[in-house]
Design a protein around this ligand. Structure first.
Ligand code: FAD
Length: 319
């Protein structure tokens, strides 16, 4: 097994993200099909317990670079370290999460190691010449299959629809000494709410737009909590300063593919729809029966969101 696949892990507070396990499970399945080995790169400090848990998900090798400069994602030092790992490991395929950071990283890594790259990939399949990627393109107007060639191919995966499967392969931990430079970035402020379900991972998303009319999203938050989901927003709500930028869904925000997407007071611009095309069921709540969102929704409720959402929450709580 001389060929190799590489997954880039994400962790926070000594816990690997769900996306990491999903990427590993996908990588493991591909490595069985291609008959090659699977490695996972872990940057920064992490407990042996977390590493042992990670070892149960199909990687043959866990590549660990422990340097405190890598404890938090910063583009330049991550690109430097990971491109050194990619050069050393020479993988066929690099899989990472198509999060804000993952999309940035996939682009900087591709430039550094001169690789073909695709983001927001839904599925990856090996072909004779390279890898076939399924993804939405042009603001999710088309669902496409593209083929990428060369070594490596870098695929940032839309992980929420990927499954997690444990494996009997037990990975060995290999520590690498890579000289990590000082970053040229300084994070001035960062807001973390580790208790929240990450938007990109949520199975139910309740999203609010200009129709919410202000920064009080509490009715949406209560519905999201009842559904064990997360709250998202349209760009109008972000631009108005009602929600943090990380909540923006759409062409210039994040892409979500939950089982249930509830759009509240969102008109349904093509730029917003670009971020929700992978959702299984879309419900729209809007007081304008001509709002374009209704043509994209599986279920539409015409009316005032402030009357409808509390009723929905009450009914769901009673079940
Ligand atoms: P509006 O279009 O103003 O719609 C508000 C809706 O709320 C209306 O349909 C109204 O009927 C309804 N409403 C009002 N009050 C109530 C109520 N009480 N109850 C129920 N319904 C109510 N947008 C994104 O979302 N994500 C992106 O990533 C994004 N990227 C963009 C990139 C570019 C290059 C550009 C040019 C635009 C982008 N946009 C993006 C902006 C996009 O074009 C729209 O302007 C935006 O999505 C509109 O947001 P909205 O639906 O919340 O607001």
């Amino acid at each position: 097994m001389s060929e190799n696949l590489l997954v880039i892990a994400e962790h926070d507070n000594n816990k690997f993200s769900t996306a990491t396990y999903q990427l590993l499970s996908t990588g493991h399945m591909l490595s069985e099909q291609i008959k090659c080995s699977l490695s996972v790169a872990v940057l920064g400090s992490i407990t042996p317990k977390a590493l042992n848990e990670l070892a149960e998900y199909g990687a043959d090798k866990i590549i660990l670079v422990e340097d405190e400069k890598l404890n938090q994602y910063v583009s330049d030092v991550y690109t430097h370290t990971l491109s050194a790992i990619i050069t050393q490991e020479n993988p066929l395929l690099v899989l990472l999460n198509s999060s804000f950071a993952g999309k940035e990283l996939s682009a900087t890594l591709a430039a550094r190691v001169r690789a073909a790259v695709a983001t927001e990939c839904m599925a990856v399949r090996k072909t004779d010449k390279g890898f076939e990627i399924s993804k939405f393109m042009y603001g999710s107007k088309i669902s496409a299959k593209i083929e990428l060639y060369g070594k490596p191919v870098i695929a940032a995966m839309q992980t929420s629809s990927l499954s997690i499967v444990k494996s009997k392969r037990a990975g060995r931990i290999v520590k690498l000494n890579i000289s990590v430079p000082e970053t040229k970035f300084r994070i001035v402020r960062q807001e973390n709410n580790t208790e929240k379900i990450p938007l990109s991972q949520a199975r139910a998303v309740v999203s609010g737009g200009r129709g919410v009319g202000g920064s009080d999203f509490s009715v949406l938050e209560q519905l999201a909590e009842t559904l064990n989901g997360a709250v998202g927003a349209s760009r109008s709500a972000i631009d108005a300063g009602w929600r943090p930028v990380s909540d923006q869904i759409g062409q210039t925000g994040i892409t979500v593919s939950p089982d249930l997407y509830i759009a509240c007071g969102i008109s349904g611009s093509s730029q917003h729809i670009a971020g929700i095309a992978g959702s299984k069921t879309v419900v729209a709540i809007n007081k304008d029966s001509h709002a374009p969102i209704f043509s994209k929704a599986d279920y539409g409720i015409k009316g005032d969101l402030f009357e409808i959402i509390p009723c929905l929450t009450e009914v769901l709580k009673a079940r």
